[in-house]
Design a protein around this ligand. Structure first.
Ligand code: GLU
Length: 419
């Protein structure tokens, strides 16, 4: 029995168990796929501006390395825990396998509130965290990247700290770097672009197009705001968005670029003074829209929300936004949800393209990056739909996990046991 209060880790395991019956995976290998290979907890003393020393807690989890180097972001958030980092590392393993990248999965996190840290404190924290995990990471071993509240600035500090210890510059140890340090064109907006591409694909699947569809986006950070802007460019009407500070609504469509500029400069939606009405987060999740995009924290679509939701389609931009009980209700109510491991895979796909460019010391154009991203996502979407039809899985998530489990199990089978 699953319940809404279960942890992200329990939810991830439930999602995998639901796919187990359709996948070709032995019991032993399945057990290995449910558990992380390695975890590290680090204690990070950081000098605050006050002159006091504060100890922060950091984690890195390498969930699975069967298909290649470990890969996954680093998040800074007060709610980070070892359990959550393990779950998110597991999601990364499933994601990289689903979109056929030659990677395993990892995740890292630091328990902190970035809003309360100055730039210098963030720098010291990031450098200390990088030192703490540096024996675990490396361009062929484990490649960190941005996640919640981290971006090119933090990746530059991580790359620099790692390189200082190695004695020479190693850009390919992290992805999501600034362009001048070996970052790739298109990485900043990649996750949001992927969400927009996948939204267009699922609409096409139902004989529709983004033109004039109404969209509500929970969360307007990097992922939500880029998804919103790029969907608006494709003709969609983004009528509502929200974050922890508040929500805004306009039935004729928000000016997504203007809202994004406001959020970028102030760090929040509250205080936006465009032509909008306020809307609560609970109302946003229950709005009568064509597409609902959760792009914030985990567990936002609970059973209650699934019961009362009026959206036709859900596209999961966040990691782990839908609980298993909510999934059951969405199936009963015939509301398709494109799972996170596909819908938000644009970020790690372009991370891979950045890493490939770094290892070849060659720079692609934005057009090349975007075309490659679109091709990979479109192919995987078609594979997922094909698996959904041929295995007759209850939902798209189970179909996606079935493909992913098969790929991971095949890698394990070829490699065999050590010793
Ligand atoms: N943090 C992103 C994710 O959850 C990107 C990870 C990466 O680029 O390695 O997929």
């Amino acid at each position: 029995m699953t319940d809404d209060a279960a942890s992200t880790l329990e939810n991830m395991r439930t999602q995998m168990e639901r796919a187990q019956e359709y996948a070709q995976v032995t019991e032993n290998v399945f057990t290995r796929l449910l558990h992380p290979e390695r975890t590290l907890e680090v204690s990070l003393p950081v000098l605050r501006e006050s002159g006091e020393e504060e100890i922060f807690k950091g984690y890195r989890c390498q969930f699975s390395g069967a298909r290649g180097p470990y890969k996954g972001g680093v998040r800074y958030h007060p709610s980070v825990s070892m359990d959550e980092v393990i779950a998110l590392a597991g999601l990364m393993s499933s994601k990289t396998a689903l979109v056929s990248l030659p990677y395993g999965g990892a995740k890292g996190g630091v328990v902190c509130n970035p809003k309360e840290l100055t730039r210098n404190e963030m720098k010291r924290l990031t450098r200390r965290y990088t030192e703490g995990i540096r024996r675990m990471i490396g361009p062929k071993m484990d490649i960190p990247a941005p996640d919640m509240n981290t971006g090119p600035r933090e990746m530059a500090w991580m790359m620099d700290t790692f390189s200082v210890y190695e004695g020479h510059t190693i850009p390919e140890v992290v992805t999501g770097k600034p362009l001048e340090l070996g970052g790739t064109p298109g990485r900043v907006e990649a996750t949001g672009r992927g969400v927009a591409i996948i939204t267009e694909k699922i609409l096409e699947y139902y004989g529709r197009s983004p033109k004039n569809t109404t969209v509500a986006i929970q969360g307007f950070g990097n992922v939500g705001s880029w998804a919103g802007r790029l969907l608006a460019e494709r003709g969609a009407n983004v009528i509502a968005t929200s974050d922890v500070t508040g929500g805004i609504y306009n039935s004729d469509g928000l000016d997504t670029h203007d809202v994004a500029a406001h959020v970028e400069s102030s760090g929040q939606i509250a205080g936006y003074d465009g032509d909008v009405d306020p809307i609560s987060n609970d109302e946003l999740l229950r709005l009568d829209v064509d597409v609902l995009i959760p792009a914030a924290v985990s567990h936002s679509i609970t059973a209650d929300v699934a019961e009362e939701m009026q959206a036709d389609i859900v596209v999961e931009a966040a990691n782990g936004p839908t609980t298993p009980r909510a999934d059951d209700i969405l199936v009963e109510r015939d509301i398709p949800a494109v799972p996170d491991i596909l819908a938000n895979a644009g970020g790690v796909i372009v991370s891979y393209l950045e890493w490939v460019q770094n290892t070849q010391e060659y720079r692609w154009t934005l057009e090349e990056v975007n075309a490659d991203l679109e091709r990979r996502l479109a192919n995987t979407f078609d594979e997922m739909v094909e698996a959904y039809r041929s295995y007759e899985t209850p939902d798209l998530r189970t179909a996606a996990y079935t493909i992913s489990l098969d790929r991971q199990a095949t890698a394990h089978a070829y490699r065999g046991l050590f010793p």
